[in-house]
Design a binder for this molecule. Structure first.
Ligand code: GLY
Length: 579
């Protein structure tokens, strides 16, 4: 394919990227990367094209919520591995006038869902059934969630925030190296004729620099732009989704789509070393675990122990182990399950949990109370990469949005609804298909998260806003399945305890523990050999992850009012852009 001249919008993006680079302080004499600085506003997302869409919306008078909706729709075009119309997620908003909102647009189980729908005749969980194809799909919430956020907290009209994504889909954008590689290795796309046609070009894979146009997705976005968000749930798009479900063994009906509603919930609140924290409530487990782990660690002088030290790592691992044991036993959709949320996020409960940590040795997970047995084997272990995406926005008025949304696995269930360009999620695997067995993230989950019609699966997504001296300060989040939670915790500890810049805090290596399997996952080059030996001497089992965990996208308002933004180097396409 001959090289093409970049589109005008792309030339603008390149100019903006150069400007963003100039906004960073001079690097002479500096030993670490610094966040992007801007006077008015910053958008940090997993795709430079989507961040640029957000900046354009802000420049045209939109607020952070308008930009958040436009960025989310743009990511569905430029970051198809996780950005979506066919998935769901959580948006945490803090308006400059003090209002806060936690918009839950998590997918729901269709009416025909049954608790044993992914079990075979012998009662075993068939992981491929809950992760691949039409049967794995939950009723998508993204379009309805964005519409609710915009109506209640935005300034612009729906059509104005949909238009940039429609243009990107129609005109196309140059494929990055990471996108070209990601598409090529995504085997699940090859298994669906429509996905194979659009994303694999029937075997003639996209190469870096080629322009990727998605006319079907552009047509879907144009219908949404003209007819409003209900089109997705009641119009031609809905009819196409329902027809594809019927033809391919899926469960979602037109009625399921029509009945889908996002929910506005109360954010969870807590404190850590004098900072106030607002984070996401159930059906995410993320906010509860974040507050519980920080509460457990608050009495320890992590700064004195030092970042990456074996002592600080041991404490973090043990606190995570205990919190994830609670997750497995207790957490699920609050509309279906009663959870002791207030207890779980209280300082008193954390103190009790902390008191059980032995500073000299690891506590085997099998002995940590979790209300259920450990699995007998890890035979279902798969290497599903956690794919979700996060972005954070601060506008000129100081409104903050932090949004995590997902298709669950990379490219979701791998299926694209014919004629729409819409990839569908495989969020049904976030339920406990068989309470006590492992899901694709090797998470054990309990009765509280069993499948039921209309129920939302338990999540780990953790969009979070931190307040310093009572003022909104830092908004952050990450993808990464269960590693989302440990990623957000470590980023906060790096900034608050270790006094790192936002960029250093994100760049630093991370580890993860989730109770079961009883292993410490650590990133390549993330632990020095003597730190590993010290942890092993305490009894920890270490497992190097073949990949990096998470993609933190964050914005911060400093004491002078300057906006700082940082993107994770683990995602080469991510970018914080400000003005
Ligand atoms: N699908 C990943 C999560 O919600 O935690």
């Amino acid at each position: 394919m001959p090289p093409r001249r970049p589109l005008p919008a792309l030339r603008m993006l390149l100019a903006a990227l150069c400007a963003a680079a100039l906004l960073t302080p001079a690097t002479r004499g500096q030993v670490a990367r610094q966040p992007v600085r801007a006077r008015r506003a910053i958008v940090a997302s997993s795709s430079a094209f989507a961040s640029q869409v957000g900046v354009e919306i802000l420049r045209r008078g939109g607020n952070a919520v308008d930009a958040a909706v436009a960025v989310g729709l743009a990511l569905a075009v430029t970051f198809p591995v996780a950005g979506n119309l066919g998935g769901g997620g959580f948006m945490l908003i803090r308006m400059a006038d003090g209002r806060m909102a936690a918009i839950d647009y998590r997918e729901t189980a269709p009416a025909a869902a049954r608790r044993d729908m992914y079990l075979d005749a012998d009662g075993n969980h068939r992981l491929e059934k809950s992760t691949l194809g039409y049967a794995a799909v939950g009723v998508p919430g993204t379009v309805a969630g964005f519409d609710l956020a915009l109506r209640k907290y935005g300034r612009l009209k729906w059509a104005q925030v949909v238009a940039p994504a429609r243009r990107l889909a129609r005109e196309g954008f140059p494929v990055s190296y990471a996108l070209a590689q990601g598409l090529r290795i995504a085997q699940r796309l090859a298994g669906d004729p429509e996905s194979r046609r659009i994303f694999h070009r029937d075997g003639d894979y996209y190469a870096e620099g080629e322009i990727f146009r998605q006319p079907d997705l552009a047509a879907t976005l144009e219908r949404l732009e003209k007819r409003g968000s209900r089109e997705f749930y009641e119009g031609e798009t809905a009819r196409r989704i329902a027809a594809a479900m019927r033809a391919n063994g899926g469960f979602i009906t037109l009625d399921d789509l029509k009945r889908y509603r996002p929910v506005e919930r109360e954010p969870l609140r807590g404190t850590y070393r004098g900072y106030d924290i607002a984070t996401f409530p159930p059906p995410s487990s993320g906010g509860i675990i974040l507050l519980n782990v920080l509460n457990q660690l608050e009495g320890d002088d992590l700064a004195a122990l030092g970042p990456g030290s074996s002592e600080a790592s041991h404490l973090l691992i043990e606190a995570l182990r205990r919190a994830f044991a609670d997750r497995a036993a207790l957490m699920g959709d609050p509309d279906f399950t009663t959870m002791p949320v207030e207890t779980l996020i209280s300082k008193e409960y954390a103190k009790e949990r902390r008191a059980t940590i032995d500073l000299r040795r690891a506590t085997p997970s099998a002995t940590v109370r979790a209300g259920m047995e450990a699995p007998a084997s890890e035979s279902e272990k798969v290497s599903e990469k956690a794919e979700t995406t996060h972005y954070a926005i601060v506008d000129a008025d100081g409104n903050l949005v932090t949004n995590t949304y997902t298709l669950n696995g990379p490219y979701g269930s791998g299926v694209t609804v014919p004629g729409t360009g819409v990839l569908l999620n495989n969020e049904m695997d976030d339920f406990a298909a068989k309470p006590g067995s492992l899901n694709a993230f090797q998470l054990i989950q309990g009765e509280a998260n069993a499948i039921a019609p209309g129920k939302r699966p338990l999540s780990s997504m953790t969009p979070t806003i931190v307040f310093k001296d009572g003022k909104p300060w830092l908004a952050l989040g990450s993808p990464g399945g269960p590693t989302i939670i440990s990623t957000v915790i470590q980023t906060l500890i790096n900034v608050i305890d270790h006094n790192m810049s936002l960029q250093q805090a994100i760049d630093a290596p991370r580890l993860h523990h989730q109770w079961m399997p009883d292993v410490v996952m650590w990133e390549p080059y993330g632990l020095s050999p003597d730190t590993r030996r010290a942890l092993e001497a305490k009894g920890h089992r270490l497992e190097a992850t073949p990949r990096y965990n998470g993609d933190v996208e964050a914005v911060l308002i400093d004491a002078t009012g300057a906006r700082l933004g940082a993107s994770d180097p683990r995602n080469p396409d991510a970018r914080a852009i400000g003005y």
